[in-house]
Design a binder for this molecule. Structure first.
Ligand SMILES: Cc1ncc(COP(=O)(O)O)c(C=O)c1O
Length: 383
């Protein structure tokens, strides 16, 4: 086959006239940091998820940092989460002073296996953080049931989950806090950004205080007509507020997430079709329970040859790829601080050296998928 001349990236944000127009309007409005556009963005996520409250942040990581803090999770506590997640979550747990406790995954779906949670729960367990991996929902009913009996907080890592539904409920719609990310690779982006959807006014208040120096009123209200620019601070806070100029991108994206996800799903179907029965590569397996996949990522498992060799070959065909994720229990600081627990995670270990994300984004052409499938077949034939 002929090698394409241009590089096919792993991902590319779907930015069009709507986003450009929204940013321009914000820039010309005279108010570009946190204000009314953020508020509208928060409302839009409440509408999508059916959560009652939402607070925006500069990133999903910042959101998780403050959520753990606001929930009082710290030294002496344990937080259960899969190792197959972005390092950000483990970093935030470790920085809070708590201990990450890893639950193994289902090798097929790459999601947390809730059947394994029981023995991991101790008196110190404060939270369980399921990840809706690649956009396939974790088994929320089972996880919530286990947590409810023991009064453990569930926090959804919904970074991949705009458009993810579990048994008809959108991620963030389960009555517990959920953390979303709007990093440029995500299904919708605000350049960088994050959001927590939640249900408790007191928690929302804590998060808003922690988000902005511990100051009670938003700057746009303090500086508005008749506003009081004075403030007092009861507890010191951080500076993690999302500016309106970025929220404008996110809000514009929110109005078209369905079309964007529909295209992702179409491309995923083309991959599944184009690569079916190809020996040496395992395709994504969707969970058995009713759900809608957001197809944030298309993660295959390479079994026929070393992944490093496969990646080299993809590069030669001018194809981008990603690794979601280098498993976190193998990270050096995790091993040094919390010990080597790889024997307790056989399925994570089995997947760890095989997983690879193929290009998937709404702007891809059908022909791009055909090209990647043909290239993979050729690579695997050559060995
Ligand atoms: C599973 C997961 N959790 C958390 C995050 C953190 O989000 P952010 O990059 O917005 O800080 C990401 C993405 O980057 C992610 O993929």
């Amino acid at each position: 086959m002929n090698i394409r001349e241009d590089f096919l990236p792993l991902s590319k944000p779907a930015i069009g006239p709507e986003e450009i127009g929204a940013v321009t309007r914000c820039l010309l409005s005279g108010w570009i940091t946190t204000g009314p556009v953020c508020q509208a963005f928060e409302k839009a996520l409440c509408e999508l998820t059916a959560a009652s409250n939402a607070v925006s942040f500069t990133s999903g990581t910042a959101a998780m940092h403050l959520l753990l803090k606001a929930l009082g999770i710290g030294p002496g506590d344990e937080v259960i989460t899969p190792s197959l997640t972005f390092a950000s979550t483990i970093n935030m747990i470790a920085l809070s002073g708590a201990r990450p406790v890893f639950v193994d995954i289902d090798y097929e779906t790459l999601n947390m296996n809730p059947a394994l949670l029981g023995p991991l729960i101790t008196d110190r367990t404060k939270a369980i953080v399921p990840v809706h991996f690649a956009g396939a929902p974790a088994d929320m009913e089972t996880i919530l049931e286990i947590a409810r009996h023991r009064a453990i907080q569930v926090i959804e890592d919904a970074a991949h989950a705009i458009g993810t539904y579990y048994r008809g409920v959108h991620a963030g719609g389960f009555g517990c806090p959920a953390v979303f990310s709007f990093h440029p690779i995500k299904n919708i982006t605000s350049g960088e950004g994050g959001m927590i959807t939640l249900y408790a006014a007191e928690l929302e208040k804590q998060l808003r205080l922690l988000r902005f120096h511990g100051i009670e009123r938003d700057a746009w209200k303090r500086y508005g007509k008749g506003g009081n620019p004075d403030y007092d601070i009861q507890h010191p806070g951080f500076k993690y507020n999302l500016p309106d100029v970025l929220a404008a991108i996110g809000l514009a994206q929110m109005s078209k997430w369905q079309a964007l996800n529909m295209r992702r799903a179409e491309l995923a179907r083309k991959y599944l079709d184009g690569l079916k029965d190809v020996a040496g590569i395992e395709l994504p397996v969707s969970p058995a329970y009713p759900h809608i996949h957001s197809w944030h990522l298309f993660v295959v498992k390479v079994t026929a040859l070393r992944r490093a060799r496969f990646m080299e070959q993809l590069s030669e065909y001018n194809i981008g790829y990603g690794l979601h994720f280098p498993v976190t229990h193998r990270l050096r600081f995790v091993r040094e601080r919390f010990g080597d627990i790889s024997p307790l995670l056989p399925e994570t270990e089995r997947a760890a050296n095989r997983i690879l994300s193929l290009p998937l984004y709404p702007g891809m052409d059908d022909a791009d998928v055909v090209y990647v499938c043909d290239a993979i077949k050729e690579i695997l034939r050559k060995g």
